[in-house]
Structure formats: structure tokens, C-alpha cells
Design a protein around this ligand. Structure first.
Ligand code: FAD
Ligand code: SIN
Length: 528
């Protein structure tokens, strides 16, 4: 295959934004491990945070982000991101995203305003949204543009396995990719490689995330020699639908932003006991409070009450949630919604700078795969889509300014299959998937202790050896590739959690309940 220009691994908000910004100047290939609509982006509900009017200020958005991040955000990164909020919204509107208006009969050109919602930890209404399906609107608009762009080539059902780096592991030149249709592994060359493969919340048994969230980019970068940061900070969303068949469907925080109230089975509105901002406290506080009440009372769930909203408001603002709950026999205008926390977002990831650069030349990481310093110990709601846009822009700008187009095809080392055979032991893979995700939930969840973390690390060590042996003996398929990544990511999470001898933000451990005076990142460096 000839020169593919830039290779973007992932077709979510981050990957698509980078591709669209590069494509006017440079050929781009986007890889997606299933179809192009996969990833967390189409599932995003609440919206994208950005300061847009005189009743709000960038300074307030900065201080809300810093407060949620519990002392660990990098302030210059927060400022850099917040200051580009207006650009992100304008760019999305220019590409065709139609955010909700305050009054649908009055367009912005006619003096109308966008409707802004609010979520936990935000001191003002500043979240642009498209009803409760903001991610789907963004993903479909960007994907449509990418499909029509002559310089963008989208390859679906291609699972990136490992990065190809040069001999001294200082430069990334391409990636090995499993073509799911043919079952063959291809070596693809890129003048730049962008990891935009999303987060790793599938490492937990219960998650709001789609099946793609197996931390592939983080694991690939780690194996290639990149530094990773703050992996202990996995965010648990407080409110996912509690129903045996709902697969942790998210109930947006915007419902609490609009006045929804969390209640115990007795009807008590309990969040006021845990935080002055009650139901609009930062996410780590709300998730921990729910976990505490569930354990204290021995109950299976708590309830989100929106029965005081009018049916008209619920249908207009939350049609997706109302319809999904109705499928499970819950009329949200009449009955409170049973909810539980579930793993939602990886705040840690591949350490990058403002341009998405990793510690390997030619390799960039953006979106949920990256640890930019924006989220610190806990992400503020609706800051993720903003980060996807801003850092995609940074990476695209850097690539266009500094990476020459490559016309010559490098001799990439071919994938070696000489010592592997087809497996007849698929049960090993599915068993290890289940085991890993269950003990991560039980031992490395919302509340941790050192003995539980140590127990988890011991299990991971055994699984890792078994999985790596399996990987070197049998032909790869998507499940095995993902399991190998999950076990690597699980190890990074637990090792990071063991290093943090304090409780901060999303990392809460009974073994060290205090918060240290100084806040430091957890940086893991591979043995290069
Ligand atoms: P993703 O959108 O997850 O895309 C990852 C892409 O990488 C996919 O195309 C996938 O197929 C591909 N991929 C992965 N591994 C490989 C591989 N090995 N090879 C090839 N391709 C690969 N954030 C907000 O800011 N506001 C919200 O309202 C909001 N709501 C959310 C609601 C839900 C239910 C969830 C799950 C998340 C929500 N988030 C929200 C978080 C936000 O949606 C994600 O953090 C963000 O969309 C991540 O975008 P991304 O481009 O980094 O990755
Ligand atoms: C939500 O709508 O509650 C999710 C928002 C987010 O994760 O930022």
C-alpha cells in the first residue's frame, strides 16, 4: 500500500475533528475497529461546555474545572482549553451541528440564543446540547463531512494492534492492523499517527460505555514506550439506569441540572447531607454518596426523581432518556428512575502536551485516550467533548507545521505469524474477560483499600501471564487483542492507585483517607 498520509486511529469526536482539520492539506486515513459510528461520542448526552454569554466568564469555567479536578488539573491547560470553547462551538456550528435554541422559533441570526443546560460542578448554565443526544448529532455531522471529503479515507472493521516504531523506539512510523473481514494483519504506514481510540471503562464490569472502550490506544502507547499519567482516576457516573436488561444506560446529569432530585427508597432527598451543592455536587462526590447510602441501607439502587417536570419538558428536553426508560416500563413523568453508579470516563491516559504530542516523535494522543492535564483527579461534566475538539486542533496544527508529507514507502517489518496456530480454546478469552472486569469492579471501584488493590494486582499478574502466553501461541482476533489491552490497562490503573497514598478526587481509599497538601501526578514510565 502507498503513502497513507496521517493515520487516525478512531472515529469519535477527537479523531474526526483531527481528520477534518488535516484533510484540506493532507491525505488522512481513519481506522475504526467496528463501524465508523462506534465509540463513546455518539452516546454523549449532556453536551459540550463552553462560555458564550455575558452572564458567564472563562474565569468561572476555569475555576469550576479546577475545583472538580481536586488540585490536580494543570492550570495552564485548563485556561488553554476553556479559551478555545468559543472556537469549538463555532467550528461545530460551521460544520453543521444544530444546537438547541432557547426558543425554537427564533434563530440566532434573528436575535435568538442557544439553550444552555447545567450539570454538576458548573456554577453557570454553559452546556450546549442537542436535546439529550448531543454526541449522536456531533458524530453524525462530522462523519458525514468526513465521508464526503476527497482527502479522507475511512477504513472500518480494522483493529489497530500495535504501533510500529523505529529501532531506537524514538519515532512512530505506522501501525499493525487486523482486518476483521479477511482475518489478516496489515502493516500500515503513516507520516503521523494519531491515537484517538477513546477510554478504558470496559475494564469494569458495570459501565456506561460502549464495547469499544477497551483502552487500546493507552495500552499500545504504553507498550511502544510512552509515559502514561493518572490512571487511577476512573470516573464513575452517579446515575445509570438500574435494570437487568438496560446495560447501564446513562441518565444524563443534565436532568439534575434542570432540577432532578436524588432520593432514597424512603423518599428522602439525601445529597444535601453530603455537599452544599446537593444534587449538583461534582460527580465523584455524588457517586460516592450513592455508593455509601446503598451499602449503609443494603439497597440495590437509589432513585432520580423528575416527576415534578412537565411531560412537555421531559419529551422536548429528554426524549432519548424518556423513550429508553419507557422501553423498560418506566414512565419518568410518573415514577422515579432507579439509578446506580457505573464506570464512565478515563481521566488518565497517554501523557501529552498542548499539541497532543506523546513522548514518541510522530505519535499523538487526543480525546479520552490522552492525559492532557485538563481533568486532574476528576473531570467536570461536558468538558470531554470540548477537550476532544481543542486537542485535535492542537495535534492537527502541529502535524501540518512540522511533519513532512511522506511519499516514500518505508520498509515496515511484516507481521510475524510463523509461530502461531488457530485456537480451539476461545473459552479462555471469554473467561478472563469476565474475571478481570469483575475483580476490577469489586477491588478497584469507587472505594478502595490497599489490601484490595494488592489482591487485584496479584490476580492481574496471573491473568497477564496467561493472556500473553495465549497471544504468542494463537492467531489474533478482536477479542484477544482487546483482552490483552484490558489487562495492560488494568495493571496501569492498579499500579497507579497503589502509588497514590492519599484520597483525592476519584481515588478514594480507606487506607489513606486524608488528602495530601501537595498534589502530584502519577506518572508511569515504561522501561525503554
Ligand atoms: P470515542 O468517541 O470513544 O471513539 C473511539 C474510536 O476509536 C471509535 O471509533 C473506536 O471504534 C475506535 N477504536 C478504539 N480502539 C481501536 C482500535 N484498536 N483500532 C481501531 N479503532 C479503534 N462527554 C461530554 O463532554 N459531554 C457529554 O454529554 C458526555 N456524555 C457521555 C455519555 C455517555 C453514555 C458516555 C459513555 C460518555 C459521555 N461523555 C460525555 C464522554 C465523551 O463522550 C467521551 O469522552 C468522548 O466522546 C470520547 O471521544 P473520543 O473521540 O476520544 O473517543
Ligand atoms: C451526562 O450527560 O451526564 C454525561 C456528561 C459527561 O459525561 O460529561
Amino acid at each position: 500500500m502507498g503513502d497513507l498520509g496521517a493515520l487516525v486511529i478512531g472515529s469519535g469526536a477527537a479523531g474526526l475533528t483531527a481528520a477534518l482539520l488535516l484533510a484540506d492539506t493532507r491525505p488522512v486515513t481513519i481506522l475504526s475497529k467496528v463501524d465508523a459510528k462506534s465509540g463513546a461520542t455518539p452516546w454523549a448526552q449532556g453536551g459540550i461546555a463552553a462560555v458564550s454569554h455575558e452572564r458567564d466568564t472563562p474565569e468561572d469555567h476555569v475555576s469550576d474545572t479546577l475545583a472538580a479536578g481536586a488540585g490536580l488539573c494543570h492550570e495552564h491547560v485548563v485556561r488553554h482549553t476553556v479559551m478555545q470553547g468559543a472556537w469549538a462551538i463555532d467550528q461545530l456550528i460551521e460544520w453543521g451541528v444544530q444546537f438547541d435554541l432557547r426558543d425554537s422559533s427564533r434563530d440566532v441570526e434573528d436575535g435568538g440564543e442557544y439553550h444552555l443546560t447545567r450539570e454538576g460542578g458548573h456554577s453557570a448554565r454553559r452546556v450546549f446540547h442537542v436535546a439529550d443526544s448531543t454526541g449522536a448529532a456531533i458524530a453524525s455531522t462530522l462523519m458525514q463531512r468526513a465521508h464526503h471529503h476527497p482527502n479522507i479515507h475511512v477504513l472500518e472493521n480494522r483493529v489497530a494492534i500495535d504501533l510500529i516504531v523505529d529501532k531506537d523506539r524514538s519515532t512512530c512510523v505506522g501501525v499493525y492492523v487486523l482486518n476483521r473481514a479477511s482475518g489478516l494483519v496489515e502493516a500500515l504506514e503513516g507520516s503521523a499517527v494519531i491515537l484517538a481510540s477513546g477510554g478504558a471503562s470496559k475494564v469494569y464490569l458495570y459501565t456506561s460505555n460502549p464495547d469499544t472502550a477497551t483502552g487500546d490506544g493507552i495500552a499500545m502507547a504504553w507498550r511502544a514506550g510512552c509515559a502514561v499519567a493518572n490512571m487511577e482516576f476512573n470516573q464513575f457516573h452517579p446515575t445509570c439506569l438500574y435494570h437487568p436488561h438496560a446495560k447501564s444506560f446513562l441518565i444524563s446529569e443534565a436532568m439534575r441540572g434542570e432540577g432532578g432530585i436524588l432520593r432514597l427508597p424512603s423518599g428522602e432527598a439525601f445529597m444535601g447531607r453530603f455537599h452544599d451543592a446537593a444534587d449538583l455536587a461534582p460527580r465523584d462526590v455524588v457517586a460516592r454518596a450513592i455508593d455509601h447510602e446503598m451499602k449503609r441501607l443494603g439497597i440495590d439502587c437509589v432513585y432520580l426523581d423528575v416527576t415534578h417536570f412537565s411531560r412537555e419538558l421531559l419529551t422536548r428536553r429528554f426524549p432519548n432518556i424518556a423513550a429508553r426508560c419507557a422501553e423498560f416500563g418506566i414512565d419518568i413523568a410518573q415514577a422515579p428512575i432507579p439509578v446506580v453508579p457505573a464506570a464512565h470516563y478515563s481521566c488518565g491516559g497517554v501523557r501529552t502536551d498542548l499539541q497532543g504530542r506523546t513522548s514518541i516523535a510522530g505519535l499523538y494522543a487526543i480525546g479520552e485516550t490522552a492525559a492532557t492535564g485538563l481533568h486532574g483527579a476528576n473531570r467536570l461534566a461536558s468538558n470531554s467533548l470540548l477537550e476532544c475538539m481543542v486537542f485535535a486542533r492542537g495535534a492537527a496544527t502541529h502535524i501540518l507545521a512540522s511533519t513532512p508529507e511522506r511519499s516514500k514507502v518505508t520498509d515496515l517489518p511484516a507481521w510475524d505469524e510463523s509461530r502461531v496456530i488457530d485456537t480451539d480454546e476461545k473459552i479462555v478469552v471469554s473467561h478472563n474477560w469476565d474475571e478481570l472486569r469483575r475483580f476490577m469492579w469489586d477491588y478497584v471501584g469507587i472505594v478502595r483499600t490497599t489490601p484490595r488493590l494488592t489482591r487485584a494486582l496479584h490476580r492481574i499478574d496471573l491473568l497477564r501471564r496467561e493472556i500473553h502466553e495465549f497471544y504468542s501461541s494463537y492467531r489474533v482476533d478482536a477479542d484477544l487483542i482487546e483482552l490483552r489491552n484490558l489487562v495492560d490497562v488494568a495493571e496501569l490503573i492498579v499500579r497507579s492507585a497503589l502509588r497514590r497514598e492519599e484520597s483525592r478526587g476519584l481515588h478514594y481509599t480507606l487506607s489513606y483517607p486524608q488528602t495530601s497538601e501537595t498534589a502530584e501526578d502519577t506518572l508511569l514510565l515504561p522501561n525503554r
